[in-house]
Design a protein around this ligand. Sequence first.
Ligand SMILES: Nc1nc2c(c(=O)[nH]1)N[C@H]1C(S)=C(S)[C@@H](COP(=O)(O)O)O[C@H]1N2
Ligand SMILES: [Mo]
Length: 453
Amino acid sequence: MDRKNDRYLKENQVAENGLLDRRLFLKKGLQFGVITSLASTVTISSAKDKQSTSQNKSSDLTWMHEPGKSFSTYGLPSKFEDNVLRYPSQNEAVPGNGVSWTPLHLMEGAITPNGLHFERHHNGVPQIDPKKHRLLIHGLAKKDLIFTIDDLLRYPMQSKTCFIECGGNSNSGWNSQPSMAEAGYFNGMVSCSEWTGVSLSILLEEAGVDKKAKWLIAEGADAFAMQVSIPMKKALDDAFLGLYQNGERIRPENGYPVRLIVPGWEGVLNVKWVHRLKLSNRPVMARNETSRYTELQPSGKARMFTFVMQAKSLITSPSAHMILKQSGLYQITGLAWSGKGKIKKVEVSADGGHSWAEAELQEPVLDRAFTRFRIPWHWNGKPTILKSRATDETGYVQPERQQLLKERGRQGFFHYNAIINWHVDNDGFVSHVYDKDETKKTNSDISIDSDWN
Ligand SMILES: Nc1nc2c(c(=O)[nH]1)N[C@H]1C(S)=C(S)[C@@H](COP(=O)(O)O)O[C@H]1N2
Ligand SMILES: [Mo]
């Protein structure tokens, strides 16, 4: 690298170890030599990538010499993108119980395409005929109401772009050894869509909410008949019945023909295939709020009804299993989200947490939605650790792992939102590590890979 570039890097450095002004790409464009060579030389590859040839003969480019394919009735991704897949991990004894993870590390922007939205089912995907589906509202209400899907489609609609995150997302973090999977395949029980549907408050007011009704019990029409209890206040505030996902009707695996959307709260509350809403003076105390979603704290007291998903962030590139082919300029990018509102800032460290710089947030920054962040980084070719740290509009700061373990102890299973470290080695290979001060295995160490909730 010549001296001019050296000076340029120094002038734009905003934190130690090569983190550069977040607006470098935006304001200054591709001005200096290191950056202009980006396209052809400095690339991130996946460990699985085969060697590709950089030169093509014109005769190889057949698509320039013959007519293209005809129109299609429903578009699919390019066949060259066939590695961008959800990663299923299911219970062998009960194949319908498990998850499929969103490949966050292979994606950009802030919206999850419908075919890649993560899935979490307790007993498979029911194949519901919308003509036969009914939604019942009953209990502590002036009158019982039954809706067909056609009825629901006649109500005024609202749209909200928000994430859904399983309370068990990233829970391998409670293990004493870091997960060796790709970023999305242990953090991708979270996705973000534009959901459109009918506000619950409209329907509940139509039914006439009794003052004694403090809880709304929702039940799904799957063979698990999942039940959850939602405080009436939240139900009347911003919960809604989702009918559309990113402009088209919700996919069967995400709740067709109708599901609950409970913005910012645990995924489990977003009951899919919902067919019954009961107004009650107390929670139903179902499996998912008694034997699960409760965990002992260091005080010996159990947590319960831990609805809100706290702020979290994740660098999606570079991330585990990727390779930085040579030193030079890279874009560090990732996602941040908070169940309490908007993301205020995301800081990135390229020196294991000693110094931090603010990343650029992709506009618009939406309430309880994925927020994409990006920051340029000049890698000097030496081993280091990358971290990202989200702060939301309430001032809540994503904790370091040690801090989370201190607060929550080792009985944790849900709500793991600690900072994630990506180690870059001499050869540019990226892997997941915990901070060095984490030493011995603890007795309570459990393998979490085979249970989801
Ligand atoms: N009826 C029903 N609703 C359900 C579930 C289920 O198994 N059955 N799983 C819940 C859980 S634990 C999560 S995290 C979310 C996942 O939503 P998704 O599959 O659309 O990503 O759905 C929730 N709603
Ligand atoms: Mo979940």
